[in-house]
Design a protein around this ligand. Sequence first.
Ligand SMILES: *Cc1c(COP(=O)(O)O)cnc(C)c1O
Length: 373
Amino acid sequence: MQKKNPPILVTRPSLPPVEEYDALVREIFSSFYLTNGGAQHQLLEAALKEKLDTPFLRLFTNGHLALECAILALNLEPGEIITTPFTFISTSHAIVRCGFEPVFCDVEPDYFTLDPAKIEEKSTPRTRAILPVHVYGNPCDMEAIDRIGAKHGLPVLYDAAHAFGVTLRGRAVAQYGDASMFSFHATKCYNTIEGGAIACNRADYAERLSGYRNFGIHPGDEIREVGGNAKMNEFQAAMGLLNLKYFEREVEKRGKVAARYRENLSGIEGLSFRPVRDGVNQNFAYLPVSFDPEVFGATRDEVDETLKTYGVFARKYFYPLVSTAAAYGGKFRPEDTPVALKASLQVLALPMYADLALTDVDDICEIIASCKR
Ligand SMILES: *Cc1c(COP(=O)(O)O)cnc(C)c1O
């Protein structure tokens, strides 16, 4: 097989027709209103409230700052936040940067999401909140986690960066917990170039989010919070409005890519697709597969290296386990979360985007199959 040129990357951002973006950019230019909650921002906030089925929504310049503002707006006493080590480093960095200590709890072996059966044993008198992550768009066991939160009086803040548009038995993910963070980064299945949002179910919390987003300033020149600047600008919001128009079509195309991968790779021993929780309406944000080296014969890293030699760039996602980050100075032990540790060593996110050609999927699968020993 020929080396792919141009290379195939793990993802490619969804883009609307450039003429449509151009028209909105012209509107923004003629308004001379570039940020601070302009017309595009207002339209997008309203549209996403509906799309994500939430009573309150605030837009942010990116998902990470949205998460930091969401943690700060909970008004917690200093202490610990229970979270998962199987996530993107942003989750635990947000906890630490807001002055809290992350406590890493293991994940479920099937779904790689925070294991509700293990949360309570991680809880101490200093636990202040629970921060689970929906992984690859596959939601956590939200009913069980919300019950634990309610039982102990702990707010539940979901990192829903991967879960745009996902529903569980017809109910939007934003309906669970106290709040959910969505990321609209260029690499996510829905993007505003950079961007993010917090969905929540309380007006007072949403008002505090607005404060943390904009220096703590509220109407009447009152400065209520020590807020920073995390506002989404008009050019981001315009991209979001257009991408929203095409989102369902993109998901449909992603679904076809996913189906092709399954068709080609199912039945290969030692290679497994990640199961999806019952009743989930997927967004096909990622295409994760796991390699059990004992059965497949090759390790995940060997498959990844072989793909690279053909110009195919998959991604070890999530790897390394965030609890092992040098930034945390070796304070956490990966052996304490063995399921997450194993997942981080075996999983590989294969190229996945709406316009990935099915013939390229076939080639990628052929390379992977050839790694089997
Ligand atoms: C992308 C991502 C974030 C951060 O979002 P940005 O918009 O890139 O700042 C946080 N958590 C998870 C799980 C993510 O995948």
